[in-house]
Design a protein around this ligand. Structure first.
Ligand code: 4NP
Length: 188
């Protein structure tokens, strides 16, 4: 069920009045470790907060299309009672038209997404997960490290990092301050 929404989104100084659910996609490289975890964590928090959102995740790479999330992500989600329901998909240029906000996990995902973006409006949709972490000003940590090929501890640390960042994203949506661009040191 979707509740009508009329929110002014300050994206790059422009105000865009939107109705309907906010469409959010979480993006990493393989779409089996970080972005399905971010999607699942955010979905649980958004539901609890009563946000009107549509959520997906995708990877910039094609290796894991149709695959279940990584065992490490599924194991960690299970231990935290977080439902993961996703099959790998690739993010393509045309997907920018399907989403309002594109949440990258790290600076290399941001860079790949900016390369894929067909226009300025699309580029302005790209944000980085770490920017929503409540302690980002103090830590300066913007990237969610890739746990692929690492021990289970790395997946646990990833969830520890994603949970507060997802809460920050929920708060940012609630107060209308979801603002692009992710900083990657270029000005495309
Ligand atoms: P993710 O991790 O981007 O967090 O899903 C990766 C998973 C697989 C690969 C790279 C990163 N890979 O090269 O297959």
């Amino acid at each position: 069920m979707h509740i009508a929404r009329a929110v002014a989104l300050p994206l790059s100084g422009r105000c865009v009045v939107q109705t309907g659910p906010m469409r959010i996609v979480f993006v990493c490289l393989g779409n089996i470790c970080r972005s399905p975890a971010a999607e699942a964590i955010f979905a649980a928090q958004a539901q609890q907060a009563g946000l009107d959102v549509e959520i997906e995740s995708a990877g910039t790479g094609s290796w894991h299309i149709g695959e279940q999330p990584h065992q490490g992500t599924r194991q960690e989600a299970r231990s935290r009672d977080i439902a993961v329901d996703h099959l790998g998909q690739q993010f393509t240029s045309s997907d920018f038209g399907r989403f309002d906000v594109v949440v990258a996990m790290d600076s290399s995902n941001v860079s790949d997404l900016l390369d894929l973006a067909p226009d300025r409006e699309s580029r302005d949709k790209v944000v980085r997960m770490g920017q929503f972490a409540p302690d980002v000003q103090r830590t300066g940590v913007l990237d969610v490290p890739d746990p692929y090929g690492k021990p289970q501890q790395a997946f646990s640390a990833m969830f520890d990092q994603l949970e507060p960042a997802a809460a920050g994203l929920v708060a940012a949506i609630q107060n209308g301050s979801v603002a692009g661009r992710a900083s990657v040191g270029d000005d495309r």
